[in-house]
Design a protein around this ligand. Structure first.
Ligand code: NDP
Ligand code: 2IT
Length: 451
């Protein structure tokens, strides 16, 4: 099948505007894997691409709950079970007002290949709701989670589909979801990952995605003959789970992360961000980043309204390595040009698909070391699988043990991706390497399992 035919085919999987991000994710993969498809006709013979881009099933359900003022609220919940060729469906839940089916299909599609790259037995899925946790009391979040699980429990199970966290869903929400699942099913089982440690969570799961992205970057820089992160200025976007732990690991390695951001603005602290304060503001108080400057007058707060035209404040700051860790399409072509002209050497995606296609083209054509999300942020789901393994064997692994396994996993992914790129004549292109390596693993399993 030609690329043009594939592009036409994609429209058969959905036609609404919401699907733009899904097409974006698909198109990149289709483009990357074309040499593989051309070199081996078995993928066309078994219609792998046509089968891979359509989710196995999508559940969409109503979530009715009551707020603290006894107003009845209605949200929409989803679970996209995309592909289980390599193992049970696995992927996070996102609670954010922007959530729709198109976003969850893009995330679920990326998750299939990401999970394949880990080398672990997990398929791909994603879910969530347009519920906005911001400004809600803890009790309201709890009631929403209970109502959401009342529907979701029908579709999941420790050997069927194992959700976890994503934007707006952390340990607190997973705890409420787990409690409700347990109540409905009377079953104490590892049906969710990212659980608090006291009832079945894995040590290191909160840190895993951010730490993993930094481990990947260290390996990539070494393989590409670049200087390590030690002593280097780094920029990070986001101020959530992934960003905070990327900042933490960068500091452990002697790098100097100088930025973070949320949906309202950016903090630039040239002496290095104060991580303890950030954790207090974002994990405990759950307030805007603007409050950072109450404790650090020497830092700069740039509200979104004052960002350079068409650009993001974080990416206009000079750095050696950049880590987009907030959300999709947060780094555009102008941002990429700013990073490149300021001498940035490496960009690693902690978030899912944070760079636009034009930004990626700019990075690749300027030979920037570019670590794509499905490889660079796979540490989170890898440690989720470690949590499943611990739950299944009723055991607990130490922090050091999980950290070591995570580091090895990220190094292996990095090497596999680089080697695949070389094998297919695109040495140094980690985007093509990740897409080909991930696709091949899933496709070969699909062929072996029949139609
Ligand atoms: P959190 O909810 O903990 O943090 C998200 C951060 O991104 C917040 O700072 C938030 O700002 C900001 N943000 C979210 N949406 C937007 C938006 N539309 N515009 C601007 N800023 C935004 O989520 P995570 O840290 O868990 O997730 C961040 C990214 O990493 C996502 O792309 C997620 O899919 C990806 N990821 C997460 C993994 C995990 O294990 N948690 C694993 C792999 C990838 P504010 O607080 O103001 O909303
Ligand atoms: O995008 C992701 O990989 C996640 N949100 C984590 C998924 C998981 O199952 O741990």
């Amino acid at each position: 099948m030609s690329i043009a035919e594939m592009k036409i085919k994609k429209f058969e999987t959905g036609t609404c505007e919401q699907d733009n991000v899904f097409y974006q994710a698909m198109e990149e993969v289709i483009y990357s894997i074309s040499p593989l498809l051309e070199s081996d006709d078995k993928y066309a013979k078994y219609a792998i691409l046509e089968r891979l881009v359509v989710p196995d099933r999508i559940f969409k359900f109503k979530v009715t709950w009551m707020d603290d003022n006894q107003n009845i609220k209605v949200n929409t919940g989803y679970r996209v079970q995309f592909n289980n060729s390599l193992g049970p469906y696995k992927g996070g839940l996102r609670f954010h007002p922007s959530v729709n089916e198109g976003i969850l299909k893009f995330l679920g599609f990326e998750q299939i290949l990401k999970n394949a790259l880990t080398g672990l037995p997990i398929g791909g899925g994603k879910g969530g709701s347009d519920f906005d946790p911001k400004g809600k009391s803890e009790f309201e979040v709890m009631k929403f989670c209970s109502a959401f699980m009342t529907e979701l429990h029908k579709y999941i199970g420790p050997r069927i589909d194992i959700p976890a966290g994503d934007i707006g869903v952390g340990g607190r929400e997973i705890g409420f979801l787990f409690g409700e699942y347990k109540k409905i099913t009377s079953s104490y089982e590892g049906v969710l990952t990212g659980k608090p440690f006291m009832f079945g969570g894995s040590l290191m799961r909160p840190e895993a995605t951010g730490y993993g992205t930094v481990y990947f970057t260290e390996t990539m820089l070494e393989m590409e003959g670049k200087e390590s992160l030690e002593g280097k200025i780094c920029t990070v976007s986001g101020a959530g789970n992934v960003a905070l732990h990327a900042i933490e690991k960068l500091q452990h390695l002697g790098a100097i992360p100088v930025t973070c951001s949320d949906s309202k603005g950016t903090i630039y602290d040239s002496r290095g961000v104060d991580l303890a304060l950030l954790k207090e503001l974002k994990l405990e108080k759950r307030v805007s980043l603007e409050e950072y400057i109450n404790s650090h007058q020497e830092a700069t707060y740039i509200p979104v309204s004052e960002y350079p035209e068409g650009a993001h404040a974080v990416w206009s700051i000079e750095c050696y390595a950049a880590f987009p860790c907030a959300t999709q399409n947060e780094l555009n072509e102008i941002d990429a040009q700013n990073l490149i002209s300021n001498g940035c050497v490496s960009v690693s995606e902690g978030a899912n698909m944070p760079s636009t296609p034009h930004a990626i083209d700019a990075f690749l054509s300027h030979k920037i070391c570019f670590a794509p999300a499905k490889a660079a942020n796979a540490g989170g789901v890898a440690v989720s699988e470690f949590e499943m393994a611990q739950n299944a064997s009723m055991s607990k692994w130490s922090f050091e043990e999980v950290d070591e396994k995570l580091k090895i996993t990220m190094q292996q992914i990095c090497k596999r991706v680089a080697l695949t790129a070389k094998d297919y004549g695109v040495e140094g292109n980690y985007v093509d390497g990740a897409n080909i390596a991930g696709f091949k693993k899933v496709a070969d399993a699909m062929i072996a399992e029949g139609i």
